[in-house]
Design a protein around this ligand. Structure first.
Ligand code: SF4
Length: 306
């Protein structure tokens, strides 16, 4: 497999967020994983890195659910069990902090001369705080989650822990590893709504590589504030299918990078498939789509046919 090493960092690296972005919009993908990384010491590269870190209040609420639950489990392991009141206080504190950090990023962007209209500072929204607290309490009342807490030991995993499959560096870390007399169980919080059965099994098959071929994967899927629990022990065929898909994803990544030529010309990189992807896009201000999605598509078709 060949990569555009002279233009972009060597990329036999896979993560769910990376491939999701590529599928949503190849242009945003190249800006984030190509230009932003390549030119991180250049003001434009720094700008790109900053803007991609600005998240919506909705995403921040879900990220806070994850960190609060991981802190809860960690304290539980050393015998400190939080009351629901303490959990609510922690959630509120962490969400306020996440919003404050977001606002500081937005303020820093002003030094790049971006007009304030692209990014706004925001205030924490009470209904999101309530929703986040309810979701955290919901999983604490779940019998499967309670069973994991009361037996064996649990280790917290960091998102940047990677695994290797077929010599590919993969970032798809679980949230927790549980050890008991039954063996090693891999736990993942799936926070962003419904995923199809096939995607879920693909995710479980990749997660299993953080354990062994007998490890059970438990996915706690949050949908409309309710937790659905899925337990899977992926088999060899499923692991192979999942890693084949990763190899295909990497080919897509290679193809899109190879279209960017020496002058970092982005005209050959397709725009998002649908204007909906552009609605919350952080790099809209430097994309032809800012003047209208249909116009930008038409202009790009002409450029790509040259
Ligand atoms: S504004 Fe739309 S087309 Fe442009 S980079 Fe963002 S998602 Fe892609």
């Amino acid at each position: 497999m060949e990569y555009s090493q002279d233009m972009y960092p060597f990329q036999p690296t896979w993560s769910t967020t990376r491939i999701n972005l590529l599928q949503r919009c190849p242009r945003a993908f190249v800006l984030r994983y190509g230009l932003a990384k390549l030119s991180k010491n250049h003001p434009q590269g720094q700008l790109l890195s900053e803007v991609f870190q600005i998240q919506t209040p909705w995403i921040l609420m879900h990220q806070t659910i994850r960190t609060v639950l991981l802190d809860y489990v960690e304290d539980h392991q050393i015998g400190t069990v939080w009351s629901h009141e303490l959990l609510s206080i922690r959630f509120r504190r962490d969400y306020f902090k996440a919003i404050a950090e977001r606002n500081q990023r937005v303020e820093r962007l002003q030094k790049y001369g971006l007009t304030a209209s692209f990014f706004h500072t925001i205030q924490p929204e009470e209904h999101l705080i309530k929703m986040g607290i309810e979701s955290c309490i919901g999983i604490l009342l779940n019998s499967v989650f309670q069973g994991l807490l009361s037996n064996g030991s649990i280790e917290r995993m960091e998102a940047n822990e990677f695994t290797r499959i077929r010599n590919i560096r993969m970032y798809c870390a679980p949230d927790l590893l549980h050890r008991s007399s039954k063996g090693l169980t891999i736990i993942k919080f799936q926070l962003y709504g419904k995923i199809s059965r096939s995607k879920r099994i693909q995710q479980a098959s990749l997660l299993q590589s953080y354990g062994n071929d007998n490890s059970e994967v438990i996915q706690f899927c949050l949908q409309r504030r309710k937790w659905n629990v899925h337990k899977t022990i992926p088999i060899a065929r499923q692991r192979k299918q999942a890693s084949d898909l990763v190899v295909l994803d990497l080919k897509q990544i290679e193809t899109v990078f190879s279209k960017v030529e020496k002058n970092n010309d982005l005209t050959k990189i397709p725009l998002a498939d649908s204007y909906r992807s552009c609605t919350n896009c952080n790099v809209k201000f430097m994309c032809p789509v800012r003047t209208g999605y249909e116009n930008a598509k038409a202009e790009q078709r002409v450029l790509m046919c040259q």
